[in-house]
Design a protein around this ligand. Structure first.
Ligand SMILES: Cc1cc2nc3c(=O)[nH]c(=O)nc-3n(C[C@H](O)[C@H](O)[C@H](O)COP(=O)(O)OP(=O)(O)OC[C@H]3O[C@@H](n4cnc5c(N)ncnc54)[C@H](O)[C@@H]3O)c2cc1C
Length: 404
């Protein structure tokens, strides 16, 4: 006879992690996952292009939290309980070794998300976690004795605790049962997208990437430096994705119609760039043959033309006015963003259960006792690189520990 019954809402990453950990900590509890679709772990399956970017090789909490545009402060205490090293150990203890790539992303050694899915399904089976598919939670009702009634499209469950891991969605209706329980849902806004330009000549350079450019949203403080990729529709790459996440609200408010300024030199000022030109001022070499600042040759050529310089011009003939113009194009090249494109490798919705309504020491709701939250349902999201799953593992572990 089970001593307590625990309901986990959602058979995704956070739900499985929470259910397995509760079941392991408390074999005397009956743990049930309710999943509204007929599939389990569907995002895990497609994650990281089918390889599942499980976490990121960032061991310092102070560094790790910098990758969360929303929730960084709250995650500090969560990560003090369960962070990247714990994730690696957790999977390794269950026979799943993770490896880190040069950019810090960590994947299973097998490079297959099926490894993570198999691990979860086997663990759930070993620990007698019950899984009910096609059961959609519609309502949570607090009982006088502290228990919660979970009303679904099939039947009603009475349980001692609910762990809500119903994920991130772009439609408010998916949060109805949480709102009815008394919670507020912060505005749902897309995050992690790339920038569309309308018929700009630069898109002819598609496929070309710059190792270190700074991308800025005009009229805001948001700017990020890193690799920028030119695509057939506009700009992508790590610096652009990071910008899209941190400036998600500004982009949304501007209806994805914003001025984008690119510093192709990385972070040099126009003065520093002009000082660099001075070093070449006596050179008879053609400018087009001597790209500066690690800029790829084809892009350098494009930048010279954009600064209205003939490709036949030698450095020695670069006048003061032309220097100013070229420096301005190099440091603040302006484009008009016209819409966005979802980053298919990994996309998330910012917004979700209001952070103020959760006690992050336990992940318990401050509104309904014995209701816990974990994963993307909370108003927390990370940038690309394994940080969203790390949020799922860490918040799920803390919720499970509190319940267990
Ligand atoms: C294409 C893609 C690739 C990604 N790749 C990566 C990656 O490589 N690395 C990374 O860190 N992040 C990645 N992410 C983000 C990551 O997948 C999510 O952050 C993570 O899956 C969130 O886990 P979750 O359990 O909170 O939510 P989900 O995985 O969305 O699971 C929620 C589950 O709850 C169910 N549910 C919802 N409402 C109800 C209800 N009322 N009743 C019952 N069940 C319900 C849903 O059907 C779903 O199965 C990717 C996302 C996408 C879309």
């Amino acid at each position: 006879m089970a001593t307590k019954q625990i309901i986990v809402i959602g058979g995704g990453a956070a739900g499985f992690f929470a259910a397995i950990n509760v079941a392991e900590m408390r074999p005397d509890y009956r743990v049930i996952i309710l999943e509204k679709s007929n599939k389990l772990l569907s995002k895990v399956r497609i994650s990281g292009g089918g390889r599942c970017n499980v976490t990121n090789h960032t061991f310092e909490t102070s560094e790790l939290v910098k990758n969360y545009p929303r929730g960084a402060k709250e995650l500090r205490q969560v990560f003090s309980r369960f962070a990247v090293k714990d994730t690696i150990d957790w999977f390794e203890k269950r026979g799943v070794k993770l490896k880190a790539e040069a950019d810090g992303r960590m994947f299973p050694l097998t490079d297959s998300s099926e490894t993570i899915i198999d691990c979860f399904l086997n663990e759930a089976k070993r620990l007698n976690v019950k899984i009910n598919l096609e059961v959609e939670v519609l309502d949570l009702v607090k009982q006088e004795n502290g228990q919660i009634q979970v009303i679904t499209n099939r039947t009603t469950y009475t349980c001692d605790a609910v762990i809500c891991s119903s994920g991130g969605h772009n439609q408010k209706k998916n949060y109805n049962f949480i709102e009815k329980a008394g919670h507020t849902i912060s505005e749902l806004i897309p995050s992690l997208f790339t920038i569309n330009l309308k018929s700009e000549a630069i898109t002819e350079l598609m496929g070309l990437s710059v190792k270190n450019a700074t991308v800025r949203v005009e009229g805001t403080k948001h700017q990020y430096t890193g690799p920028v990729l030119i695509t057939h529709w506009g700009f992508s790459g790590p610096a652009v994705l990071k910008l899209s996440a941190f400036a998600a609200k500004d982009f949304f408010e501007k209806n994805y119609n914003a001025g984008i300024l690119i510093n192709w030199t990385g972070s040099l000022s126009e003065e520093q760039v002009k000082n660099e030109f001075e070093k070449h001022s006596a050179s008879k070499a053609l400018m087009v043959n001597a790209p500066l600042f690690d800029i790829p040759k084809r892009l350098w050529e494009y930048i010279l033309l954009r600064a209205e310089l003939a490709l036949t011009k030698p450095w020695i003939e670069l006048g003061k006015k032309q220097q100013n113009k070229l420096a301005q194009v190099l440091c603040a090249d302006r484009y008009q963003m016209r819409g966005k494109t979802t980053f298919k490798e990994e996309f998330v919705t910012s917004g979700g259960v209001n952070l103020k309504e959760i006690d992050f020491r336990t992940m318990q709701s401050k509104i309904m006792p014995n209701l816990y939250f974990c994963g993307e349902v909370i108003d927390i999201d990370g940038i690309t690189g394994g940080f969203n799953f790390q949020n799922a593992w860490s918040t799920a572990y803390v919720a499970a520990s509190s319940v267990g």
